[in-house]
Every structure is written in structure tokens, then in C-alpha cells.
Design a protein around this ligand. Sequence first.
Ligand code: ADP
Ligand code: MG
Length: 610
Amino acid sequence: MPDKIHLLPDHIANQIAAGEVIQRPASAVKELLENAVDAGATQIDLIIQDAGKQLVQVIDNGSGMSVSDARMAFERHATSKITNIDDLFKIRTMGFRGEALASIAAVAQVELKTKRAEDNSGTLIEIENSVVQRQEPSAIPDGTSIAMKNLFFNVPARRNFLKSNAAEMRHIIDEFMRVSLAYPDRSFTLTANGQKQFHLDSGSLKQRIIQLLGNNYQTKLVSVSQKTDYLNIYGFIGKPETAKKTRGDQYLFVNNRFIKSAYLHHAISHSFQELIPGESHPSYVLFIELDPAQIDINVHPTKQEIKFEDEKIIYAFVQAAAKHALAQFNITPALDFELDAGIQQLGAITQPFSDQQKAAASASTIYKSFTEKHAAHKIDPDKRNDAGGWESFYEAAIAANKPGSFQSLLTGVIENTEPSSASSKKLTQLFNTFILAEGVRSVRVIHQQYAHETILCHRYRKQIISGTAVSQQSLFPLTLQLSPQDTELITELLPDLEKLGYSIESFGKDSFIVRGTPADMSESEITSSIELLLEQVKHYRSDLPIDQREKLIRALAKQQCIKTGQPLTEDEMIILVTELFQCDEPFHTPGGKPTCYDLSADEMMSRFGK
Ligand code: ADP
Ligand code: MG
């Protein structure tokens, strides 16, 4: 037998490695914007064609590169930002892994133009599939322009994974907002398909927030500013009235790097506890600054997750800072936060934070109260059971459930959709949650919420195809104002929303007029139901093999279905059960939750030892 192990050719190894860093056009946007920031640029222009599938270009007025650096920049692990492993713990730049340009060059066609102020002429390099096609001197302004064209032209399988233009554009705007929020002292523009979407002049953080998140924040931001020797926290939190059903306006940065942390989000949300309704999310743009030695940003290729040396202390500080800011706001609501020096003077927080004190803090009760019990990921086992012990029994029973073995039970009901001609089989509601139906030698237990969710999905799918939904026209059309991301999303969903009975029109940049909805709803219900709908669509896992339309259908069904806790009349139960068993797949919700299970007389008997 011949040996079978061989080395992969460079360009294939590069393509594989690129998959970690460049997943979609927005990943390139992030890397290129960060490079421009690292190069000290004060003017950064992002140009997009075809949601980045055709072109992502970043032009900056930063340091530029020498002729040989320009060539080196595309090598894997080529970086000017670290030289040894210790440097990893002193990082102040956004990049350091030296992988972004190599990755981009492996999966696209790249044109780099760069010039340092001290050089007479600049350099132009064209590179494709990791191979340099052209390199020559070029007369260009100081700074750097990198254009990435035809992403994944050489990896068709990955190109096919890209989402619709609206979806990809949403990701791009997300990345643009994250970088530009972190650097309000620099100017940014975003031009997509020839249209300028953002023009952000350099200014204060507050100005930047308002430019990006909307004018309505003008009077609704509370400043946060806490300084200690260990870490600084600054930024703004939205007053409670800016809390939304949708998550979206939540930005947390660590040493200017946008990060996702459910744990720290929990810290902030928790400080709003009594001020906003349970299912709402507070808005915030917060920056944590600490010694880079205290964090490990190298745990994730795109650096969106980081590890803190001591996460619990950060949790306690973030929460304390948010609480203090809110307290201040409650006592003196009219306070001008720009002048709000008081917050910065808070005793415990302003004191130097030595190792000794850190040790003391971790022994203190405040620290302890942030351990286990309050950790975001910890769910109190006895809180999970709202249904008074039923759920666990129910779940155990489901495991033993054999759907399909149940045909005759509901025949009396299924054939008569008219409630008035209901069968003699009596349906019983239990705990305002379950419907019991007696069969020949078994009893069927139906979960009213999951049953109705399943029915609605089935109905909406039909309506979208046939366009038969009725819309309740509002007397007073309502104007909706949405974030740039939600604007992209709703635009994409509009045709389907129309077929589901929503009558919504685009009205200027990020405004929409709602003229009708599927059911009679009050103004505030309409706004929150649309916000919630967009939120749910966004939060379906992106790896779910379902399209945007199915996400919309499922989200709407979840929102509109009868919930547990609602008492049902006999007629309502009959309609519910009848319709359920007319669905194509009655035994599971589209998300895979069981709608019912059967308990046979024999099983019951066995409980009595027979
Ligand atoms: P990293 O940012 O992790 O160092 P990259 O692959 O993103 O790796 O970039 C490689 C190198 O190319 C950087 O370290 C930097 O020296 C140089 N570089 C990249 N983009 C720019 C730019 N816009 N201006 C100046 N230099 C740049
Ligand atoms: Mg970089």
C-alpha cells in the first residue's frame, strides 16, 4: 500500500482557513474597517455593491504601507501588530492575528492601493485566489484602499450559502455600526449601490449614538461613567422608556472591541429590573476599559467573544455602574447628563482597586450574590415549573408517546367542523392549559398553545400561497420608525406580510405606515407586535434550514396563538381540536414540540399494579 498522507496545496489550505474568518461579506467589512482604524485613519469610507457579494471596498486616509509591506500583508500570519506571545496581553489594536487579508485574498479578487505620506508614489496590487496577478507603482493619495470583489467566486458552495441581499446588507450595517460607534472621533461613510446610507462626521459619542440609533435618543440617554484602578466603564444607557421588545440597540465594547456577552447583558438588564416590563430589553452603548492583560481576546477567530480574568467582578461593576446611573436619573430626571459629574464621584467605585481589595471584594456578599444564583445561564430549577409540577409529568409521558396509534378517538369530532353539531364526546380543559379528549381505551392530552401554534402555521402557509388573509384597516394609519437593520428586514418581508393581512408601506428612509393588520389591535399592540415579530424572525438560529418566509410564519404563529392560561369554551375546544387534526402534521409544532400525547387505559391500570 502506498502512503496516503500529503500536504494540501497552499491555496486550498488558505481557502479552508479563510472559512473561519470570512463567512460572509459582513466579515470582510469588519476586518477591513478594523484595519483602517488600526492604521490611524480619520476618514473611513465603506463602499458596497450588491450587498457585498460583488464589492466590499474600504478607503482610508491612514498610515498606508510600503511596497514590500503591501505584498507581505497578504501572507498568512503576517502582521505588524504583535511580534511575540507576550504582546498578546498588551493588545490595543483591533487586529493582531494577521489572517484577515490572507483569508480575503484566498476567497475573492482583491485590489489594494496604498501609499505612505513619506513615499512619492504608491503601490497597486491585484491578487486572486491567493496569487498575485499584478504589482506596480501607482499615483494615488495617501492612505489605503482595499476592494474585495466577487466574494467566493472560487468556492461556489460557499457562495450558495450566502443569504438574500437584504439579509447580507443587514449584517454589513451591523458591523458598520459596531465599528463606527466605537470610534466617534473618526468620520465614516457607507455607500451602498451608489447611494449614501450613512454620513457620520466625527464628534462626541452621544452625537454618534444619535446619528446611528436615531433622533429619538436625543433626550433619552443617561450617561454612565465609573472609573477605578481596575477598570473604567463609560457610555450611555437609554432611559427606561427606550426599552424595546426587540433586542437590537445593545452595544457592549471591551477596549473598543464589540463583544457579545449574554452574561454581561444580564448584568445590565438586571439593573433595569423594576423599571421596564419583563420581556423588554434596555438600550445601551457601554464601553469597558481594562488592562489587556485581564482579558483573552484570542478565544474566537472573529474575536466577538472574549474571556475575562475575573468575569464576576466585571459583572458586579457593570451592574453597579448601570444602577448608579439609573438611580441618578430617577432622583433628578431633568438633570443634564453632560454635566453629571456626581456619578463619577461615587465612593466605592472611585477608590483604587488593589489586588488586596479585589480579594476582599470577592469574599464580600455583593460578589457572592453574583455567583451561581444570579448568573445568566443558571436557571433556578424550581422556577422552571410554572405548571405546578405538571410539566415534568407531561414531559415524561411524552417520551413514551406513540402518536399515530390513535385514530378512532376523535372521528366524531373530525368529521364535523361545525361547533353546533359537536359530537357527544366531551372535551375538558385542565389547568387552562390542556384539553382532555376521551377515546375508546385511552385519553388524549392536548397542549392548547402548541396545538394552536401548529394550526396557525398551517393556516398562514396556505394564506401566503393563496393570498386570502383579511386585513383590518385602521382608521388612523400608524407610523413605525425602525432601526436600519429592522428596515432592511421588514422590506424583505413586506410581500409576505401583505399576504398575511398586514398592510404596510415604506414611507421614507426608515419609516413605515401601517394601514391594516390581520386582527383588530390597538396602536401600541400593533407597534409591539411588529417589533416582536421582527425580533423573533431575527433570532431564529441562522443554521436552521428554513427560509425567511417560514421564519415569519412561525414567528407570527407563536405570537398570535392562544396561550396557556387562557380559559376556553367548549366550542373553542372543539374547533381547536378539529382544526389541529386537519393539519398535515398535527402531532408536533413546526419547531418540534409535541402537541399531544395519549394515555391508555392500560397504562393507567398499571399504576394500580394491575
Ligand atoms: P492584522 O490586522 O491582524 O495584523 P491583517 O491581515 O488584517 O492582519 O493585516 C495585515 C497587516 O497589513 C496589518 O498588520 C497591517 O500592518 C497591514 N494593513 C492592513 N490593512 C491596512 C490599512 N488599511 N492601512 C495600513 N496598513 C494595513
Ligand atoms: Mg486586521
